[in-house]
Design a protein around this ligand. Structure first.
Ligand SMILES: [Zn+2]
Ligand SMILES: [Zn+2]
Length: 101
């Protein structure tokens, strides 16, 4: 699920994103997701289960740190990347290079 390449993520540039938390355990929710409110799509998500595959770009611990923060999907034409960034921390949560599938 979610955006697994440049083109998929690029569709959400400029769209409002929301941090969604699923599960009953507030300290360690079962699932964390970044969702696009405009497209009603999951941009990226991660399960608490540590046995997730390595190919998954979104890491649970990483996402958890940004819970409640303002997220934004931006394109950087200079470097040919699209990224989901956290406005509060100034960090990339997810980034793809042009041509990356
Ligand atoms: Zn979107
Ligand atoms: Zn943050």
């Amino acid at each position: 699920m979610g955006a697994h390449g440049y083109a998929e993520l690029a569709r959400h540039v400029g769209h409002p994103l929301e941090f969604a938390v699923y599960g009953t355990d507030d300290a360690a929710p079962e699932n964390l997701a970044i969702e696009c409110l405009h497209c009603s799509e999951v941009v990226c998500d991660a399960d608490r289960d540590p046995h997730q595959t390595d190919s998954q770009r979104c890491r649970y611990e990483q996402l958890l740190r940004h819970r409640g923060h303002r997220l934004e999907c931006v394109s950087r034409p200079m470097t040919g990347t699209v990224a989901v960034i956290c406005r509060a921390c100034g960090r990339d949560l997810l980034a793809f290079d042009e041509g990356e599938r």
